[in-house]
Design a protein around this ligand. Structure first.
Ligand SMILES: Nc1ncnc2c1ncn2[C@@H]1O[C@H](COP(=O)(O)OP(=O)(O)OP(=O)(O)O)[C@@H](O)[C@H]1O
Ligand SMILES: [Mg+2]
Length: 241
């Protein structure tokens, strides 16, 4: 299942989105195949999170189409989109503060699917032994890094075909950043496709099979990581800070 092929799992065609009267996404085209890790790169405000929220039904799509394995999911309700096989780890770590780590993990569990790997709580604890130590702790008392791990695990326990992960390493210590990068590589290896927003270019280039650079709500470059590294003009214009 981890072999890379060109069968598109998730496709966005000409997606537009607004917040009130502000026109944010201006025709996003994106396709994610099986076995791919696609990074959405760009500066602050480029529209990366809005793209993910549009996919998840958390922001209204005002034009265009989003499909999962050919099935239209545009503007469906978030739970229906999750049921179609999409997992989301938002920028704001979303834990149930009053529930324990164990209870949070159980909230994420979904039945196994025939065409996606099935995950267990023990596998989550193998990835993040720290969470096992804290399994009886209320999630609200976890550190930011631990909450990030918990959010990723809860989403993974939904057995997604595609995981959307928004800035998983933001604000984390270098050691945890490496652990999270390893986990992303491993879930990819086991057959989950990933769409990643990652501010750290070195990490994004290391884990991605393809990158899409966004600027002002548009895709301004798309290609494999080595192709981006050859385009220092793109890096300078759209990524350098
Ligand atoms: N809830 C909102 N209401 C109004 N405007 C918003 C809202 N959320 C985002 N925006 C605006 O939409 C644009 C795109 O934001 P988005 O969050 O998608 O950017 P991003 O690429 O994820 O960058 P970052 O996360 O670094 O801010 C920005 O100009 C932002 O100010
Ligand atoms: Mg964002």
């Amino acid at each position: 299942m981890s072999a890379q092929d060109s069968t598109p799992l998730l496709t966005l065609q000409g997606v537009h989105a607004h917040y009130g009267k502000s026109h944010i996404l201006h025709g996003i085209d994106l396709s994610v195949g099986r076995g791919e890790v696609v990074s959405l790169l760009g500066r602050n405000g480029a529209g990366r999170s809005t793209t993910m929220k549009s996919i998840m039904g958390l922001v209204d799509v005002t034009a265009g189409r989003i499909a999962m394995q050919g099935r239209d999911i545009t503007n469906r309700r978030p739970f229906e989109i999750a049921r179609a096989g999409l997992g989301f780890v938002p920028e704001e770590r979303e834990v149930f503060a009053n529930l324990t780590v164990d209870e949070n993990l159980r909230m994420g569990m979904q039945p196994a699917r025939s065409d996606a790997p099935a995950w267990t709580v023990d596998q989550m604890f193998d990835y993040f032994p720290r969470l096992k130590e804290r399994r009886a702790t209320r999630a609200g008392n976890l550190s930011g890094g631990e909450q990030q791990m918990l959010t990723m695990c809860r989403s993974l326990l939904g057995n997604p075909k595609v995981m959307l992960i928004d800035e998983p390493t933001e604000g984390l210590a270098p050691k945890i950043v490496e652990v999270i990068a390893d986990v992303i590589r491993d879930i990819h290896r086991r057959g989950v496709s990933v769409v990643l927003v990652e501010q750290k270019l070195t990490i994004a280039l290391k884990v991605s099979t393809r990158v899409s650079v966004m600027g002002h709500g548009r895709i301004v470059f798309e290609g494999p990581p080595p192709a981006l590294q050859e385009r220092q003009d793109v890096v300078q214009e759209w990524l350098a800070v």
